[in-house]
Design a protein around this ligand. Structure first.
Ligand code: DX5
Ligand code: ZN
Length: 221
């Protein structure tokens, strides 16, 4: 299993997003861009305009996590703004099959996310069509929350489906990924870890990210 790290810049210093990415760039594969609309979740973050600016000097591919209502309407804007992968929430989409097709048609990877209260059953029918399954390990809306260990059951179930059907699908976990949870997430079968405050709240984010990557690999060794 090839481990990938996505750095969530949600809780990085908004004045210096680009330097935040540079500070961890040697340990990460993706930049995780959290989009919140203050409706689907009770918080507001960045939109397509900020993504467009960040894309002008792309240090790593960008994975947009849309925590918004009506992704069916807005998702294409994020591809246009420079996202290399767009993940929408199954709870928010009116027509997921169609939205998956639309995003892929724009030459972007596509992901589907489930909130902690949403069972894996809700997304099983889409697994063969998507590139990323995002299992949320906190209630979406804020960085810096604690990892919900009971979500690892969903990760294990997803991993066994992916392996038995030989699907080309990354299993991503997002929220509360830290020194104490990251190896449990990879041991359960996650191969794409989103890290926010565990790196960016540390005195030396670059070093913290390096340690996290090391610990993630220990989970599968
Ligand atoms: C939560 C976001 C996450 C999160 C990551 O709604 O989707 O990407 O902010 O940050 P940490 O790692 O601090 O939980
Ligand atoms: Zn996220």
């Amino acid at each position: 299993m090839d481990i990938k790290i996505g750095a969530s810049i949600l809780n990085a210093d908004a004045r210096y997003l680009e330097s935040a990415i540079q500070s961890v760039e040697t340990s990460i594969d993706w930049v995780h861009f959290d989009v919140m609309d203050n409706h689907f979740v009770p918080n507001l973050s960045f939109g397509a305009g900020v993504l467009n600016s960040l894309s002008k000097n792309k240090i790593k591919p960008i994975d947009a996590h849309l925590m918004i209502e009506n992704p069916d309407k807005w998702a294409p804007d994020f591809v246009t703004a420079g996202a290399d992968s767009v993940t929408f929430h199954i709870e928010a989409s009116k027509d997921p099959h169609r939205l998956i097709k639309t995003i892929k048609g724009l030459k972007s990877k596509v992901g589907v996310a489930i909130k902690p209260g949403t069972p894996l059953d809700e997304v099983k029918e889409f697994l063969e069509e998507i590139d990323v399954l995002l299992v949320m390990t906190v209630e979406p809306g804020f960085g810096g929350q604690s990892f919900m260990y009971d979500m690892l059951e969903k990760v294990k179930e997803a991993r066994s489906i992916v392996n038995s059907k030989k699907l080309n699908l990354w299993i991503q976990v997002d929220g509360g990924v830290s020194e104490s949870s990251i190896d449990k997430a990879t041991a359960a079968g996650a191969d794409f870890l989103v890290v926010g405050s565990a790196a960016f709240a540390a005195a030396d984010p670059g070093k913290a990210m390096q340690e996290l990557l090391k610990k993630a690999k220990q989970g599968i060794s």
